[in-house]
Design a protein around this ligand. Structure first.
Ligand code: BGC
Length: 760
């Protein structure tokens, strides 16, 4: 199985996109000539039509839907379509564009392919926990193969928004809190989707949401963002930049404002930074109705005003607002918008279509036969199992309760134990949840000899407000009384050797428009866990959720806990493998889990403050809480294994380096337990004194190593002055000589440290 995944990965070569490179290639010249010639024939209306992106059909992520789509395509009023797929559905719309419009310009077809198209992989926050860039790239490549076989050529992914507030439901869709790791993942995803040349099995990526969407105040979706330039440049923008550098073909603007101006109308962001400083050559689409949303934001009184703000900012394509369609012509005629802006945007959209080969063959992605042999093929399902296993984080394992023995009996309980729908996550539009493997299915298949005593135990929530908001049907609620469900689960527990409780969130509780003010398990599930605990049987808690949860009681009372996220189509297969030790968990959190919602935002790379709290209980005038420690429940980088690893002290080849030199940092890592296992060795640094204050730790590298039980390995890293660069007091990205610490360890807290100097 692993070999099959490797073969797949080998097919994905990480070469920079030819079109992302500069202007001088002959390919680029050919494209420029083609597009210029086409544009010379286009009317103003036809050009504006190319800037209109409409939604057809299945999925709607805003309060407005596109109307009269077929007629608009026929009139040349549409440049791109999203929310429809299959070779047949796409072909039908493409035929209208190609056969009925004057210049026969093909449409581009987009979709929210977030973590797989039909074969669903774990949610992005889960995938990130693998710290496995090849695997992440492989999942994007499979998503591209399936999506492109299903009529699509453009995916609204990756979401690279740094997020440090688990109240925000969309934290599920990103890579977590760290800019350095987020940048590596952004690059891997772009390479996986786009490959090197937009061959027919590839798609164009759309990096979202530019920018800072993950920093919505109070974790409330679509809310205001306000942050210093320094934090923006240092912590939030790097993953977008990494995606641009990797050759991303397109970018989506975010809903939020930045420095008082919504991203969709922010010329500094879209033109000065993105195009002029970063050299982005692709096109920018808005998020869903984001141009019109600039009216309630207060950027204009009507569509005419906000269309001008958006086009002036450098926004090329209008998703669903139709503000461009309705207003750009008049804006040009009134002399308010120069023709050059329309031309620039139209050119970028046509270039994207050219790169995707749509002018050569508009039906390039409409091959039904390819769809049949590609979608959900066994190798993809194997890859989904492998990915799911590599993203499951072991949070706790007292007395080696896990792995379970393949004999005896298990009480398998909890509202998610026999779930199919939730495990494919909040954003798996084309995913068919009926084909997903539940934990019950997975265990039955793997551990045939084990007696399974199944009981649902509780609903996900019995909270009336939530049931009203999300719908009892969507929540999969059962009508049986809460007490009866608990009684059944307790009876199952009493006759079993061990209890496995599968609890967490429903898929509707994370993702877009799914902010929560409390992020613990719901009362119904807490009652269930307490009743199970009272039976005295070993309690294994298996979590399915899209965000860090507050799990203090669970951590204190469960014997073992697994964070499985929403692990996708093969979730149940992978969870069973981990529970029974067919796979030794290796994933590590890329997001801090707070003890309590009141600690948010909580992240490992915080500043020291002038009054750092060092843990002395009675030390009052320190940066701390009265009622709780500053510690997270689980820190960034945390995750256990069935084996144990020990680290030697850090060895440095020198105690100081000069700019241009390399510091070699190493440690011997040993597998001191009984199982073979994989460890993610993490490297952090700290600059002790700077022209501006510096974080207490910053991730600078990691290595995944596989060690057999009893085996040891030296793990080496190098650090250069460039790795120590940051935005200095003048906002110049540079390094400063001085004292540093370097840390190596198994997570961001549990580290060995050493000192070194960077000299002039
Ligand atoms: C979301 C985007 C998504 C778009 C299209 C919006 O509501 O914010 O992430 O790509 O809808 O579905």
């Amino acid at each position: 199985m692993i070999r099959r995944l490797l073969c797949l990965l080998i097919l994905i070569t990480p070469i920079t996109n030819i079109f992302a490179q500069t202007s001088s290639t002959s390919e680029k010249k050919k494209m420029d000539a083609f597009v210029a010639s086409l544009m010379s024939k286009m009317t103003l209306d036809e050009k504006i039509g190319q800037l209109n992106l409409v939604s057809v059909g299945f999925d709607v992520t805003g309060p407005i839907v596109s109307k009269n789509v077929n007629q608009n395509i026929e009139k040349g009023n549409v440049g791109g379509v999203f929310n429809t797929y299959t070779p047949v559905a796409v072909r039908k719309l493409q035929e209208i564009a190609v056969n009925h419009t004057r210049l026969k310009i093909p449409l581009i077809f987009g979709y929210d392919v977030i973590h797989g198209h039909k074969t669903i992989f774990p949610i992005p926050l889960g995938l990130a926990s693998s710290w496995d860039m090849n695997m992440i790239k492989g999942t994007a490549a499979i998503a591209a193969q399936e999506a492109s076989a299903d009529g699509l050529n453009w995916v609204f992914s990756p979401m690279v928004d740094i997020a440090r507030d688990p109240r925000w439901g969309r934290i599920a869709e990103g890579a977590g809190e760290d800019p350095w790791l987020g940048s590596q993942i952004a690059k891997a995803m772009i390479q996986g989707y786009q490959g090197s040349d937009y061959s027919v099995t590839k798609v164009m990526a759309c990096v979202k949401h530019f920018a800072l969407y993950g920093a919505a105040e109070a974790g409330r979706d679509y809310n205001t963002v306000d942050m210093s330039d320094r934090r923006m440049m240092q912590d939030y923008l790097p993953p977008y930049k990494a995606a641009v550098d990797a050759g991303a073909g397109s970018i989506m603007s975010s809903f939020n404002e930045i420095n008082g101006v919504p991203a969709t109308g922010n010329k500094w962001l879209m033109t000065d930074l993105l195009r002029k400083q970063w050299g982005f050559k692709g096109f920018v689409a808005t998020d869903y109705t984001a141009i019109n949303e600039m009216i309630p934001h207060g950027m204009g009184k009507d569509g005419y005003d906000v269309a001008k703000v958006a086009i002036d900012a450098g926004i090329d394509m209008d998703m669903v607002s139709e503000a461009y369609l309705d207003n750009l012509k008049k804006l040009v005629k009134d002399g308010k918008v120069p023709m050059s802006e329309i031309d620039a945007s139209c050119r970028r959209v046509l270039e994207a279509k050219y790169k995707l080969g749509l002018f050569t063959d508009p039906y390039r992605y409409c091959n039904e036969q390819r769809a049949q042999v590609t979608i959900m093929k066994p190798a993809f399902l194997d890859a989904a199992t492998e990915a799911a296993k590599r993203t499951i984080v072991l949070l706790k394992n007292s007395n080696n309760v896990l792995p379970l023995k393949s004999v005896g009996s298990i009480a398998l309980v909890g509202p998610l134990a026999d779930d199919h729908r939730d495990m494919i996550g909040p954003w798996s539009g084309a995913g068919d949840w009926k084909q997903s493997v539940s934990v019950l299915d997975g265990i039955k298949k793997l551990a045939g000899n084990v007696q399974i005593n199944y009981a649902r135990g509780s609903n996900i929530t019995n909270d009336d407000w939530l049931i009203k908001r999300l719908g009892a049907g969507e929540l999969g609620n059962e009508n049986t009384s809460a007490q009866q469900m608990i009684d059944d689960a307790v009876a199952a527990a009493k006759k079993s050797d061990v209890v496995v409780a599968v609890v967490g969130e429903s898929y509707t509780m994370s993702g877009e428009a799914a902010s929560r003010s409390e992020i613990g398990l719901f009362g119904a599930q807490e009652d269930l866990l307490k009743a199970l605990k009272a039976t005295g049987k070993p309690l294994v808690v298996v979590l399915m959720n899209g965000r860090p949860l507050t799990l203090k009681w669970e951590n204190d009372n469960a014997d073992a806990m697994l964070e499985t996220w929403f692990a996708g189509t093969e979730a149940g297969t992978a969870i069973a493998d981990v529970l029974f030790g067919a796979y030794n968990p290796s994933a590590k959190l890329t997001i801090t889990f707070p003890q309590d919602v009141g600690q948010i935002p909580i992240y490992y790379s915080h500043k020291n403050t002038g009054r750092p709290y060092a843990g002395d209980f009675i030390d009052r005038y320190k940066s701390r809480y009265l009622d709780i420690s500053n510690d997270p429940l689980y820190p960034f980088g945390y995750g256990l294994s069935y084996t144990t690893f020990s680290y030697s002290d850090i060895k440095l080849n020198n105690s100081s380096i000069k700019p241009g030199q390399l510091l070699h940092v190493s440690a011997t890592v040993s597998n001191t337990g009984k199982y073979d296992g994989e460890e993610t060795v993490q490297l952090y640094t700290r600059q002790m004194v700077g022209s501006v204050t510096r974080p207490v730790k910053e991730l600078k590298g990691f290595k995944k190593i596989f060690l057999k039980a009893g085996e040891s390995q030296d793990v080496d890293f190098t650090i250069s002055s460039n790795d120590l660069s940051f935005y200095d007091i003048n906002m110049k990205y540079t390094y400063e000589p001085g004292d540093f610490k370097v840390f190596l360890g198994t997570n961001s807290q549990d580290v060995k440290e050493a000192d070194f100097k960077l000299t002039k």
